[in-house]
Design a protein around this ligand. Structure first.
Ligand code: SAM
Length: 310
């Protein structure tokens, strides 16, 4: 593949899970680590306040819908966004699950020192197999996680199982065909549109070749064992599964959600660039009518945004 690989730079707030293997983290004392981790969660909360999940659902008011409810954040990472949503929406109980043990430990540590009327709990689990009882949640939110799970079908089956009758899942993720970032390798290749021409498997192969050539200074960035195989491996162990609008819709239908709707959020609409430059926001909103046509949904959506009702 004709790409020009770039070694990624260390960015503490972008590559949360990779940090734990970076010497900038591993060389810290226990006390320094704790200060560092609290700072990370606070950064996460700040970022979530600046660009809240609500922006993806302009026709829903979560403050009205989820007040006093029990909600799950599927793929919560270190929990900063969960806490921002919980505080903002005044939910009764917010659980978060994530496959990363380190992230979950950080979330729990932070939440135990955080005073709030909302009960927070974070647990380490695959979205495909959660330990919650049937019909235990009023709602599920999930931001930028569905593209990573190994099985979208098993994940949605689990979501349906743990939602109460008429419970709703609010799901946001980038299509694999998103021109800038669907395969999550932009920081390495600096080459957009690869996802339009190559399968996840091919891109994974190319990525593996690139990182194999990196020296030990980028050891922290290389994939973890459990992520290897026929699954695109990027950013130190999070794979992408190649989900597109059509694939997700047909899976949600197979799983048997009663109502499935799609929010049209055009490219760049919810981005730092759009909040900085009104012209970008205006041009982005001009794309919205095109998102009524299924063909464009993958290419021109900033994120695929679904509401699934049980
Ligand atoms: C891009 S992060 C999104 C984090 C957070 N929702 C946000 O928007 O900031 C994706 C998260 O999904 C988690 N993840 C990936 N595959 C998963 C799986 N099968 N089950 C649970 N969590 C998973 C990763 O560990 C990671 O924390």
């Amino acid at each position: 593949m004709n790409i020009f690989p770039n070694k990624p730079k260390y960015q503490e707030n972008h590559f949360v899970q990779e940090i734990f293997r970076h010497e900038k983290y591993t060389s810290l004392s226990q006390q320094e680590k704790e200060i560092f981790l609290d700072r990370l969660v606070n950064l996460n909360i700040k970022e979530a306040r600046r660009k809240p999940f609500d922006l993806f659902f302009p026709s829903h008011s979560f403050k009205d819908l989820l007040i006093d409810k029990k909600v799950l954040d599927l793929g919560c990472s270190i929990g900063g966004t969960t806490i921002q949503m919980g505080e903002d929406w005044k939910v009764k109980e917010f659980q978060g699950i994530d496959v990363s043990e380190e992230s979950i430990a950080i979330g729990n540590r932070f939440a135990s020192n955080f005073s709030s009327d909302t009960v927070y709990g974070f647990s380490c689990s695959y979205a495909e197999k959660m330990s919650f009882a049937d019909e235990s949640f009023d709602a599920i939110v999930s931001d930028d996680t569905i593209e990573h799970v190994r099985s979208v079908k098993e994940t949605l089956l689990e979501c349906k199982r743990i939602l109460k009758k008429d419970g709703v899942a609010y799901i946001v993720f980038p299509s694999f065909k998103l021109p800038f970032g669907g395969a999550h390798i932009g920081s390495v290749t600096k080459t957009p549109f690869l996802e339009w021409f190559f399968s996840p498997k091919t891109i994974n192969g190319a990525y593996q070749e690139i990182v194999a050539k990196w020296g030990d200074d980028l050891n922290w960035y290389k994939p973890r064992k459990e992520s290897e195989g026929d699954w695109a491996v990027v950013k130190g162990g999070i794979g992408v599964n190649g989900t597109t609008y059509k694939k997700f819709l047909s899976t949600a239908n197979d799983v048997g959600f009663k109502e499935i709707s799609f929010e049209r959020i055009p490219l760049l609409l919810i981005s730092n660039t759009a909040s900085k430059y009104p012209i970008v926001k205006f041009m982005s909103s001009m794309l919205k009518p095109l998102l009524s046509i299924d063909f464009f949904k993958d290419y021109l959506s900033h994120r695929l945004v679904f509401v699934l009702k049980k």
